[in-house]
Design a protein around this ligand. Structure first.
Ligand code: KG4
Ligand code: ZN
Length: 332
């Protein structure tokens, strides 16, 4: 079960690798009206949809709730009111069915989405997580052992995409619109900054987002036209360049030959192709989650839950939702 942001989702997963069913009810159309996720609305919609979404996932799997071996839920990090809906529903279900309750860190789930495509990926490998709320370089030492070696010091990559897209006139969530516009733009037309960070593997995207906003304002004041497709191409190229440069440098230093990409921004075509090129050049192999599993879904939560369960990570009915939690220091 997944309800950390604006998607209510449920899935039935076999042995961590096989999707039996997966249902995602998105609230995007409603949040679009406000230019971003409104937490209070998100919680209310989760309350309204969770029963139907879980029922549909079971129905599609041809199963009854009693047939599942365990209940897993995304309990951190995320919007607290949104997470609470999934957590309380999962607790009730586990208690009434007398099944184990498995707490899953949402970002660990994003990483696990990679296990739902090719059968051979296994730790250790280095993962670049780029989502709407997180940007991390993570050593995946084992199925449930992680070490974050770099992260954003301000905006996440997806957040920067969404804010830059908004300034360009696209609706929320704007990442996918920039991706589309960039395909016909000239990526050399505008100059954008490459922000510096004290830790070479940390990211900073807020200056880049501000540069895009300033560029648009300045052009407007001078009555100049902005070539939006080219600005999208420049922005996307710069974000992909920053992410992949640091990621490949970290992989080289750590001696990694196996890499994986995760999170909503993993769907970005410019990021995928740049990472592939740079990994090929360095003789590294990259794994990607299936496109449909880059954004929030419950299949990835069920997948990671299998490994958490095998590691003995079982929660009691005192499990609580937590808004902020490092993926390499989980508690419940
Ligand atoms: O991982 P996710 O579903 O949410 C969090 O857990 O935070 O990521 C959503 C983010 C949004 O910022 C969205 O704009 C971005 O992923 N995104 C993209 C693309 N598709 C989704 N960003 C760039 N290019 C895309 N094709
Ligand atoms: Zn997510």
């Amino acid at each position: 079960i997944e309800s950390s942001c604006d998607e209510t989702a449920a899935a039935v997963i076999r042995d961590g690798r096989e999707i039996i069913s997966s249902v995602v009810a998105t609230q995007i159309e409603e949040h679009k009206l406000y230019g971003g996720v409104v937490p209070e609305i998100a919680s209310r919609r989760h309350c309204e949809s969770i029963v139907a979404v879980v029922d549909e996932a079971l129905q599609k799997a041809g199963m009854k709730a009693q047939d599942v071996d365990a209940i897993a839920v995304s309990y951190a990090p995320g919007l607290i009111g949104a997470l609470l809906v999934g957590v309380n529903f999962a607790k009730g279900l586990a208690l009434s069915l007398d099944k184990p309750l498995i707490p899953v860190h949402h970002i660990r789930g994003h990483i696990a989405a990679n296990y739902l495509a090719p059968p051979e990926l296994e730790p250790p490998y280095l993962c670049l997580v780029a989502s709407g709320s997180h940007s991390h370089i993570v050593k995946v030492n084992d199925w449930t052992e992680f070490e974050t070696i770099g992260q954003t010091v301000d905006d996440a990559a997806g957040e920067a995409f969404d804010k830059a897209a908004r300034a360009m006139g696209y609706p929320y969530p704007g990442g996918v619109h920039i991706d589309k516009a960039a395909q016909t733009g000239d990526r050399k037309k505008y100059q954008l900054p490459h922000p510096h960070t004290a830790n070479p593997y940390d990211f900073s995207f807020s200056g880049l987002k501000t540069a895009v906003i300033n560029l648009i304002h300045n052009a407007r004041q001078k009555g100049e036209e902005i070539d939006v497709n080219s600005l999208a191409a420049c922005f996307q190229y710069t974000v992909a360049d920053i992410l992949t440069q640091k990621f490949i440098a970290a992989a080289k230093e750590g001696g990694y030959k196996t890499l994986a990409l995760a999170g909503g921004v993993a769907a970005n075509s410019g990021l995928r192709s740049m990472l592939q090129q740079r990994a090929d050049y360095n003789r590294m192999k990259v794994y990607y989650p299936p496109l449909a599993l880059c954004g929030d879904n419950a299949a990835m939560i069920g997948c990671q839950a299998y490994y958490e369960y095998k590691a003995g990570h079982i929660a009691g009915s005192d499990l609580n939702a937590v808004a902020t939690m490092r993926l390499d220091r989980v508690t419940w």
